[in-house]
Design a protein. Structure first.
Length: 269
């Protein structure tokens, strides 16, 4: 895919759409002639090389972005993505999110993106019935400059008042609960869904708004049944696997301890 070099024509009368043919050709050219981190030709250069419209070229490039093969960097261009990390995240016991990277042998950098207060009534995770405000902050996880997760953590107001931005940046929420607030979670509920990111989230993760995300919602409770934290994990599905090991004995204990409302309850290990 040399810039401005005329390429063989695509099959314009083929049953396959032009943007699909171009996607296949670009994928093959990227695999044979580029290394991770290389900048790829611009839309205009690809248009001239293949004699195609901007709409067709843009759609093919977007497909490769959605697949994770290309990454767009605002103001810099489009680049061949680096090798993707693979992370197995266990959700069958209490532990820091960072444990998943250690167990998977993946190095990660964590950045605090936001630290704010919001009305508790508008928040998820069992805080809706509470009055006042809750602390909300975002942590971005990157490997070699590649963003692959953003966690949005919510703490109820009375707990959040003791937490600083320095805590939020340097410590996982379970570490904060234990070491700053003196709370040991007794159980947790999970919900797993898939959804598209909003514009702000897509910008933070450097992905297209049309890229589906794996969403893991977790709410942790203390021994008195009070919600002490809620974390929404926004995960790139090509990077993360969610692992759950079911032990029949633990299942019986969890069923006996489960409150009347729904959710997945885990015994504390």
């Amino acid at each position: 895919m040399q810039a401005d070099e005329r390429q063989p024509d695509l099959l314009r009368h083929s049953p396959r759409a032009l943007h699909e043919q171009l996607t296949d050709r670009l994928r093959a050219e990227l695999a044979s002639g580029y290394r991770p981190g290389d900048r790829v030709p611009t839309e205009e250069q690809i248009m001239r090389a293949h004699g195609l419209s901007r709409v067709t070229v843009r759609r093919a490039l977007q497909t490769l972005v959605d697949e994770g093969l290309l990454v767009r960097r605002q103001g810099k261009g489009t680049f061949l993505a680096g090798r993707r990390p693979r992370v197995a995240h266990r959700i069958d016991h209490f532990g820091p999110f960072l444990d998943a990277f250690t167990a998977s042998g993946v190095e990660v950098d964590v950045t605090l993106l936001d630290f704010r207060w919001e009305a508790a009534g508008a928040l998820p995770g069992g805080f809706g019935a509470r009055k006042g405000k809750a602390l909300v902050y975002d942590r971005l996880y990157c490997t070699d400059g590649f963003a692959h997760a953003l966690n949005r953590i919510t703490l109820p107001g009375p707990l959040g008042e003791a937490v600083t931005a320095r805590h939020a940046e340097a410590m996982g929420v379970y570490q904060i609960l234990r070491e700053v607030l003196g709370i040991i979670p007794a159980r947790a509920e999970f919900e797993i869904i898939s959804e598209l990111p909003d514009i702000a989230l897509a910008r933070s993760l450097r992905i297209s708004p049309s890229t589906p995300l794996l969403i893991l919602d977790r709410t942790s409770f203390d021994s008195g049944g009070r919600a002490v934290e809620h974390t929404r994990h926004h995960l790139l599905p090509e990077v993360y696997r969610l692992v759950f090991d079911i032990d029949p004995r633990q299942r019986a204990v969890a069923a006996a301890a489960r409150p009347p409302r729904g959710g997945t309850t885990l015994p504390r290990r």
